[in-house]
Design a protein around this ligand. Sequence first.
Ligand code: URA
Length: 188
Amino acid sequence: MDDVAAMLDELAGEIARCDKCRLAATRTQTVPGEGPVGARVMLIGEGPGEQEDLSGRPFVGAAGQLLTRLLHEAGLERSDVFITNLVKCRPPGNRVPAPDEMAACRPYLDAQIALLNPRFVCLLGRPATQALMDPTAAISKVHGVPQERDGMVYVPLYHPAAALHQASLADTLVADMRRLGQLLRSAL
Ligand code: URA
């Protein structure tokens, strides 16, 4: 475990020095992700927003506060899960990361997944779902439906930011999070 923590720290250092894509030029700082080394659940969002860029921590803005409440629906605390993003630098104006930006950053995410070896990987929103699970997936069709692959269970979910703008999605997310909680309990 100490080794994994050290390797995650080393990776965060590498990320902090990264200049592999144009996002390096506009970031305040990198946002590598955070969470306990033994986390059974990993959450993957899209990319840091303004608050995350300023603080260096993932999901600390409005979407993050909603995410923390949603995790409670699944019986989880934020401190139970490892949270990161597809890209570790803020896309200007919070635009969706470009394919080449996601590709440049992907080795960092793959290394984090390999080091943490989580049992459950929650994919928050379309970009994460398409990048990690199925490039053609429609989040409106696959949300909440777990898919097991390579010893990991992928759980695509709506992005909490979408639920901030659309109340009906918030209800859907709450229902999906409760199902996630059942899944986690049944897999104990
Ligand atoms: N949205 C994301 O996808 N990630 C964050 O860290 C914050 C908002």
